[in-house]
Design a protein around this ligand. Structure first.
Ligand code: PLP
Length: 346
């Protein structure tokens, strides 16, 4: 019997780097090149982004998702501003208050419904914020697509939220650490899910979908983009050997690697969800829409399941586990894990 490798379902950043990305890194390593993004590889990578997001989109590559979120928010906020996001948003709970620290802005967590911000929750928060003498100025709505709970905003939901936000004078930021998975699941172009849906600034992922360490802030407004080069340097995120960030994205966009990787990871999650749902005692706790599966299990299954795959204990109180699939997850490893999980019920 195949056994499931440890860390199989721990996170999409537990997986390695796609071989095509490694080959591209090797290729740009061959010669010397100018630093700080003034090289030819960076220019080509920016063009590859622009083919998806529009010729006038401005691209700022960085090494981590947290830096990406902070810089993206910094493009549209000052220290007096409030940023609304879901109360399970990565930037709200898992970035050690980096946005607050770097910008001085206030993050306001809205009650998430299956991981998503609702127009109703945003309306209520905006009403509460109406006191210019005591409260931060309402400035940004930040959404995650896919969400941290593995769910998706439909295009209609997204448009309704961006319309409401814009009507109230807010800018909209999208944390797209898993935007590729969302695009694959919704069958929508990247541009339709961002710019055309009313998003002003995007944190575009890569690391969770086969890159080594590359994320990118994408800004659609030329005036906002003008601030970004200095903000990135001041934020200590301008890589001197920038071509190694660019090379990752060159591989990512070539032959739609980003889409193939995301589709595969999503398919593996769907397979896992179907297998786990059939195990008596396991209960899927969120719809499986991208590459994440959430399930409540009997409390005494948590330790053995974590030993099998190092899956994340999402909510200890209800013994809810999170399983994440990757571009290189195999059907055999999913089946082996599901078989072992099923044995716990037997
Ligand atoms: C939705 C989301 N945004 C941002 C990040 C931040 O990425 P990093 O860990 O590279 O800072 C993560 C990482 O898990 C994430 O899940």
């Amino acid at each position: 019997m195949t056994t499931s490798p440890p860390f199989l379902l721990a996170s999409d950043n537990a997986s390695g780097v796609h071989p095509a990305v490694l080959r591209r890194l090797q290729a740009v390593n061959a010669a010397h090149a100018p630093g700080y993004g003034s090289d030819e590889h960076t220019r080509q990578a920016e063009q590859a982004f622009q083919a998806h997001f529009g010729d006038d989109a401005s691209i700022f590559m960085v090494a981590t998702g947290t830096a990406c979120n902070v810089l993206a928010l910094q493009a549209v906020t000052q220290s007096i501003d409030a940023v609304f996001c879901s109360d399970i948003a990565h930037l709200f709970v898992d970035e050690c208050s980096a946005p607050e620290h770097a910008i001085g802005c206030k993050l306001i967590g809205l009650p998430a419904l299956e991981g998503k911000v609702t127009p109703d929750a945003l309306e209520r928060a905006l009403a509460f914020q109406q006191d210019p003498y005591h409260r931060n100025r309402a400035k940004v709505l930040s959404l995650s697509q896919g969400t941290e709970y593995g769910t998706l905003y439909s295009l209609d939901e997204l448009r309704a939220l961006t319309r409401l936000a814009h009507d109230r004078g807010l800018k909209v930021h999208l944390d797209g650490a898993r935007l590729a998975n969302a695009a694959a699941a919704l069958g929508a172009p990247l541009r339709a899910l961002t710019r055309d849906a009313g998003i002003d600034v995007v944190s575009f992922g890569g690391t969770k979908n086969g890159l080594m360490m590359a994320e990118a802030v994408i800004v659609f407004d030329a005036e906002l983009a003008g601030r970004m080069p200095a903000l990135r340097k001041q934020g200590m995120q301008l890589a001197s050997k920038h071509r190694f960030l660019a090379a990752q994205y060159l591989a990512y966009f070539e032959d739609d690697l980003w889409l193939h990787n995301a589709r595969h990871a999503n398919r593996m999650a769907a397979r896992l969800a179907a297998r786990l749902a059939a195990i008596p005692g396991m209960e899927l706790s969120a719809p499986t829409q991208i590459n994440m599966v959430f399930a409540r299990v009997p409390p005494d299954w948590v330790a053995p399941l974590q030993r099998l795959s190092r899956c994340n204990l999402w909510l200890p109180d209800t013994s809810e586990l999170r399983f994440v699939t990757s571009f290189d997850t195999t059907e055999a490893s999913i089946d082996a894990f599901a078989d072992a999980a099923g044995a716990l019920a037997a």
